[in-house]
Design a protein around this ligand. Structure first.
Ligand SMILES: Nc1ncnc2c1ncn2[C@@H]1O[C@H](COP(=O)(O)OP(=O)(O)O)[C@@H](O)[C@H]1O
Ligand SMILES: O=C(O)[C@@H](O)C(=O)COP(=O)(O)O
Length: 430
């Protein structure tokens, strides 16, 4: 294994996995496998990039650190020369962690003097300029992320957000220097860290900035960012003659399907509304969930009764509704109950024959995949930016798509089911 990634959630893991598997256009990528949690045995020899998906974004910081260090040890034992810590392109975290504490711990473990921090993902409108994170034309704290149910983002200055979480000094590399290309970036990163280690927030507006940054840090032991930090990482390995850039293909999976959605983002709520115009949709009643009155069996019955209509089950609510529910029951209790319900439902659905599963939301995806317990996920074609088709091996293969809350076209859910089955969008009546 050449490159090892520690991802703080499951959708983020598949986002960076497809970036590594795709590589730069015309060059090919790395043979990439996503692991749900730290594996208890060695990776297969042909794996060039291993992405460990943790559900650490919402854990207390000390637990996130312990899990991230365990992931790092396993990746090092597989031979990785470079470790990437992948967090969200909207830098999802709280003042108590977890990005800063995990970076501090990994930096010490890997004796890294300079660690780049770049959540930019230009394909999805996330750019970093003057140390501030934008989502399209809005500052992060005015983008809707200020209402996130678990990690509300109320400050767009990534330098300030990170410094509140980290004991390592935070520096900044502005775009006017990034724009000069990889040699200048490399030189600047070294200069900034001459006297002491630093976490360096790097501006990036275009994919090309991230490609130049990726080339500049080719020999860094530890780097960090959103998925676009990996744009040039396959290129670095191919250029060094350590990888050949072979494409990866997954066989399509037919059979019963279900869509489970726990993301409350504006994008996801729009996608649910679009889905509802044509297909079968069921909202779960949160009060009933909190009183244990909603069972996986009920949800499975709905799914199997509507197989012809791409059945979708969701818990998602508007910011007002979410705030009210959280006030009544407590955020952690609500999330724990919903995670459990979606995980148990996914398990039952697969037992009863579901072979294609699309999930909306990072935490929700973590709950679903953890309940299914696949040992690894093969990475296939990109369904939409940042969302690949995945294949959970085992006795019965299950095709998965794990959609980040904020990602995906308007008709994502039906489109993803079609792609997993190897159909074109027109086959589902578009
Ligand atoms: N109606 C609701 N009220 C309160 N919390 C909810 C509701 N529906 C889902 N949640 C919780 O909101 C969180 C959404 O996070 P996640 O699944 O990661 O989505 P995203 O990818 O948009 O961040 C989960 O913890 C989920 O359990
Ligand atoms: O970087 C991103 O935006 C995604 O890869 C990601 O981490 C998604 O997290 P969720 O929005 O919680 O699904």
């Amino acid at each position: 294994m050449l490159i090892g990634v520690i991802a703080d959630d499951f959708t983020g893991a598949s986002d960076i996995a497809v970036t590594l598997a795709s590589g730069l256009p015309g060059e090919g990528g790395l043979h990439t496998v996503q692991y749900p949690g730290v594996p208890d045995s060695a990776a297969e020899r042909h794996v060039e990039a291993g992405v460990i998906a943790l559900k650490s974004r919402s854990l207390p910081a000390d637990e996130a650190v312990t899990q991230s260090l365990a992931a790092c040890e396993w990746l090092l034992a597989q031979g990785c020369q470079q470790i990437v810590f992948k967090y969200c392109s909207t830098f999802d975290s709280t003042d108590k962690g977890n990005i800063g504490p995990v970076l501090d711990a990994l930096r010490q473990r890997l004796a890294a003097k300079r660690v780049v921090v770049c959540p930019a993902f230009p394909a999805m409108g996330r750019t970093v300029y003057q140390g501030h994170l934008f989502v399209w034309d809005k500052l992060l704290n005015q983008s809707g992320m200020e209402h996130h149910p678990v990690t509300p983002m109320k400050d767009a200055d990534i330098r300030r957000v990170l410094q509140r979480q980290s004991t390592t000094p935070v520096a900044h590399l502005p775009w006017k220097l990034v724009n000069k290309g990889n040699a200048v970036i490399n030189e600047q990163l070294t200069q900034l860290t001459e006297t002491e280690p630093q976490l360096i927030v790097v501006d990036a507006l275009h994919d090309e900035d991230l490609i130049q940054l990726g080339i500049a840090v080719a020999d860094d032991r530890l780097i960090s960012g959103g998925s676009a930090i990996a744009l040039a990482l396959a290129h670095n390995q191919i250029r060094a003659g350590r990888a050949a850039g072979n494409p990866q293909k997954l066989a399509p999976v037919a059979g019963p399907a279900a869509i489970l959605v726990g993301s409350c983002s504006g994008a996801t709520r729009g996608q649910i509304a679009e889905h509802q115009k044509r297909w079968a949709v069921k909202a779960v009643d949160i009060d009933a969930v909190m009183e244990d009155k909603v069972t996986p069996q009920q949800l499975a019955e709905f799914v199997f009764a509507h197989q012809e209509n791409h059945p979708l089950v969701y818990s998602s609510g508007t910011p007002d509704v979410v705030a009210e529910i959280q006030q009544r029951y407590g955020q952690q209790r609500v999330s724990a109950k919903l995670d459990r319900l979606f995980g148990d439902t996914a398990q039952l659905l697969v037992q009863q024959g579901v072979r294609r599963l699309v999930v909306g939301g990072g935490e929700t995806s973590g709950a679903v995949v953890s309940a299914l317990k696949p040992t690894s996920l093969q990475v296939g074609q990109e369904i939409d930016p940042g969302v690949p088709a995945l294949l959970a091996g085992g006795e019965v293969p299950v095709a998965l798509a794990l959609k980040s809350g904020n990602f995906g076209r308007q008709d994502f859910f039906a489109h993803a089911l079609a792609v997993l089955a190897g159909e074109s969008a027109s086959d589902i009546g578009n």
